[in-house]
Design a protein around this ligand. Structure first.
Ligand code: SAH
Ligand code: SF4
Ligand code: F3S
Length: 459
């Protein structure tokens, strides 16, 4: 991987100056950010919020009152785009009634070829458009929009640059996300991410450790290391070496996502011995059939994937495995899909994100003539979900009677007087307890199961 580029100090200073100009020139304003998509986007929104607050903007109590509405978009599947277009076009009326309302749209869909144009054809009133490569330039771009100039910034160097030291407003005081790498080089034939997030680039170990330490100092108990393929990390050290450097900084460390091709013995070994790294592994398989995997350009086989799962479980018997699966990839036959079902059955995941294949503009698979009819895709997805539900139920049931260390995340949304938290392997537990325990790790005896959760009492 090429040397990673960090955005220059000069450029970051320029953004700080623009932020100061917004703060002085446009005081007392409020914002609301609407986020679509994955954890990367959720964390990008925390940076956007941090920059806005540095510019004197305050979170709006109510979306209807915000002076700035900012949509952070996703284009991984068609439904994400459709929801965005629906929600922004519904603002046309409000924009007429309140002309000084600023509407901004950013994120993956705006970085996608033609994505901004599709939005602007439908919603020409949008004031501010920028893609993922320009996120850190929000102060400069917002200043222009506030001065009445329409902003359309969808270019940017796709090798990208890493902005260090962005302000952040975190949504949780207990758990926090930390990006260790950006972009993706894999070009799975169905996937738009490499086109909208640019090439792989890793932050330096020193920058990652510094951020982790500052998160720990602010009381954060659990860090989620983020990247499209965290185990391909190459910031002057390997991913297991980075985990070693972070061990003990906070009580809990998780990471996502990992690519099966880079799941090394060294990583398994580091996980098995680390004090902080949780016994949880998100390992997207996508398909259980070798022909489909090859056509997806996943560069591993079913046998390799299953061998890696065995190695993980041998070293870390309690590890909780989760995955992503796609049903109805172009050309997928019934027999090939049956291989996916049998793999999911065999691995016994704790849980799985299951998707219907969605053609994405510009990707290789979208150009194939042998697309699978939607009805067939849905029928396959339903069968897949049923197989996974059985596995989830059985993995949960295996926990009953055990005592688990649970990081208490907050009050249970379902039951008064109950707390909710997660075990090391990532299962949610509800148990009766006092709100004073929020943010603490406590032993909980598991008494029973719900559809996707565990129920317990303090041990
Ligand atoms: N970098 C991660 C995941 C990125 S996107 C990885 O490689 O595992 C999250 C998931 O969305 C993918 O794992 C895949 O299952 C799904 N996905 C991506 N593109 C898709 C498409 N065109 N249609 C349906 N699902 C898709
Ligand atoms: Fe998409 Fe594949 Fe990259 Fe994951 S590894 S982001 S699925 S191209
Ligand atoms: Fe994430 Fe969607 Fe972009 S899944 S990387 S927000 S396309």
């Amino acid at each position: 991987m090429a040397q990673s580029l960090v955005v220059s100090q000069e450029e970051m200073d320029k953004q700080r100056q623009c932020a100061a100009r917004v703060r002085e020139g446009f005081p007392g304003r409020t914002y609301k950010i609407v986020t679509y998509g994955c954890q990367m986007n959720a964390h990008d929104s925390e940076n956007l919020a941090g920059m806005l607050e540095e510019m004197g903007f305050a979170p709006a109590a109510d979306e209807g009152e915000a002076d700035l509405l900012l949509f952070n978009t996703c284009c991984i599947r068609d439904n994400a785009e459709r929801r965005l277009l629906g929600n922004v076009s519904a603002l046309a009326q409000r924009k007429r009634e309140k002309p000084d309302l600023l509407v901004g749209v950013c994120g993956c869909m705006m970085q996608q070829e033609g994505g901004a144009q599709r939005l602007l054809d439908l919603c020409p009133f949008v004031d501010l458009v920028f893609g993922t490569h320009n996120l850190y330039r929000l102060p400069e771009l917002l200043l222009r929009a506030l001065r009445g100039q329409p902003v359309r910034e969808t270019d940017g160097d796709e090798r990208g640059c890493i902005p260090e030291g962005l302000p952040v407003r975190r949504t949780s005081a207990i758990q926090g996300a930390l990006t260790i790498m950006y972009g993706c080089n894999n070009f799975c034939t169905y996937c738009v991410v490499p086109y909208v997030r640019g090439r792989e680039r890793s932050r330096s170990v020193a920058d990652v450790v510094r951020e982790a330490e500052s998160m720990a100092a602010s009381g954060i108990q659990e860090i989620l290391l983020l990247g499209q393929n965290v185990n391909s990390y190459a910031g002057g050290a390997t991913f297991p070496e980075l985990l070693r450097a972070l061990d003990g900084v906070v009580p809990r460390i998780r990471f996502m996502t990992s690519h099966p091709k880079d799941l090394s013995d060294a990583l398994i070994e580091e996980m098995a011995h680390s004090r902080s790294v949780c016994p949880q592994f998100h390992l997207p398989v996508q398909s259980g059939n070798d022909k489909v995997l090859r056509e997806m350009n996943r560069v591993y086989t079913r046998a390799h994937y299953l061998e890696r799962v065995r190695a993980l479980r041998q070293a870390i018997p309690e590890v909780g495995l989760t995955t992503d699966v796609i049903a109805g990839f172009p050309g997928e036959t019934e027999a090939e899909f049956a291989d996916t079902l049998s793999l999911v059955e065999e691995v016994q995941y704790d849980s799985a994100f299951t998707f219907i294949y969605s053609p994405r503009r510009g990707t290789r698979a979208a150009a194939r003539p042998d697309q699978i009819p939607e009805a067939v895709q849905h029928e396959r997805l339903d069968r897949l979900i049923r197989v996974q539900e059985r596995s989830t139920a059985s993995r949960l049931a295996q926990q009953v009677g055990s005592v688990q260390e649970v990081l208490v995340e907050g009050a249970s949304r379902r039951r008064e007087g109950f707390l909710a938290g997660r075990t090391g392997r990532g299962m949610t537990v509800n148990f009766p307890g006092d709100a004073a325990l929020v943010g603490k790790i406590v032993p909980v005896r598991i008494l029973g199961t719900g559809a996707n959760t565990l129920r317990g009492e303090r041990a």
